[in-house]
Design a protein around this ligand. Structure first.
Ligand code: 3HC
Length: 306
């Protein structure tokens, strides 16, 4: 394949996970960075839903006159689905993969170990994790028989990076870039260049629990839930105070529902466990709502009914 002139050098991207985030990442990559995307999810039903969302968003852009029908077809044509039975081997030829599966360290470590074994040794392994340690994920890609200090071990871990997109990906203008202790400068710069090609602003955070974004956002949402739990104000008064008083697009309880209460709890626990600081204790009401299966918008019930 001919070398490309763009600094990120990504001629083909793999996206792992066809949920809201993975689908959004596939869409902005195909539409803004104009790279061919291979989308993989072990659930064909999830892929069907994800592609349905892509089609809906492209139709909207055509109806609003932001894309011609041909441009929309080109974007859609750049997104190809990896057949489920091919597994990660279907991603073998990509220059970078962005993983967007659920926030679960053992799951991510297993996925990264397998990706590292399947993909070319120079392919970038990026994760959309919202709070998990990049350094722990990078440590899982050391090939069998190598160690963290051998040349091959170091080279493999050096290609892991955090590319944290925000929901809804096509709308939110930010990508947070996170470097593991092992990440190389080249990996970091190529990942930054790719996010810029997706027309995102890039900020950089060290590998600390929650990075900058969620270390600041989640305690705010958790505190709003504690206010509701303590009966300090009603749901609507809490949300209206922040929406109208501070010009936030959504109130904190509405935003927690939008992100998913299971995701909020997982991130809050990462902050609590990762720092040992009691200020990050998850609200009991948040724990109970997740116990009840009330996960917010995606489950039809959270602080609001959908
Ligand atoms: N996917 C794609 N596009 C979407 C969308 C979705 N799920 N939901 C809304 N949009 C688009 C709409 O199509 C519309 O696009 P258009 O201007 O091209 O027509 C635009 O967003 C505005 O939508 P609406 O007019 O329907 O509604 P609002 O004006 O209320 O905006 C919102 C919706 C953009 C979601 C706005 O309420 C908002 O910005 N909310 C805050 C979102 C936020 O904070 N996200 C970050 C969450 S934290 C995170 O992701 C990090 C993770 O680690 C937890």
């Amino acid at each position: 394949m001919a070398a490309t002139l763009v600094p990120h050098g990504i001629r083909r991207l793999g996206v792992l996970g066809a949920g809201q985030m993975g689908t959004g990442i596939a869409l902005v990559s195909a539409m803004r960075a104009k790279v061919p995307v291979l989308l993989y999810d072990k659930s064909p039903e999830q892929v069907r839903k994800g592609l349905g969302l892509v089609d809906k968003l492209l139709d909207k852009d055509v109806n609003k006159g932001r894309l011609t029908l041909d441009e929309a077809k080109d974007v859609r044509g750049r997104i190809e689905v990896v057949p489920e039975q091919h597994g990660f081997a279907g991603l073998r030829d990509v220059d970078m993969v962005v993983e967007a599966v659920s926030e679960n360290l053992p799951l991510k470590q297993a996925i990264f170990a397998e990706l590292a074994a399947e993909l070319r040794p120079d392919a970038i392994l990026a994760t959309n994790t919202s709070s998990i340690s990049l350094t722990k994920i990078a440590a899982s890609v050391i090939p069998k028989g190598e160690t963290a200090s051998t040349e091959l071990g170091k080279q493999s871990a050096a290609r892991v990076v955090g590319l944290h997109f925000f929901n809804p990906v096509p709308v939110m203008k930010l990508v947070e870039l996170i470097s593991a202790l092992q990440t190389s400068k080249d990996t970091l710069e190529r990942a930054r260049s790719f996010a810029t090609a997706c027309e995102k602003e890039v900020t950089v955070s060290k590998d600390v629990p929650g990075f900058v974004s969620n270390a600041l956002l989640m305690p705010f949402l958790n505190e709003a839930i504690m206010h509701l739990e303590k009966g300090i104000a009603t749901r609507d008064d809490i949300d209206t105070t922040l929406k109208l008083g501070m010009n936030h697009p959504m109130g904190p309880l509405q935003l927690a529902d939008f992100i998913g209460l299971d995701t909020c709890l997982a991130i809050q626990k990462t902050l609590y466990d990762g720092t040992g600081d009691s200020k990050y204790r998850p609200a009991i009401l948040l724990e109970r709502m997740v116990d009840a299966g009330w996960l917010g918008r995606k489950s039809g019930k959270g602080f609001y009914d959908y």
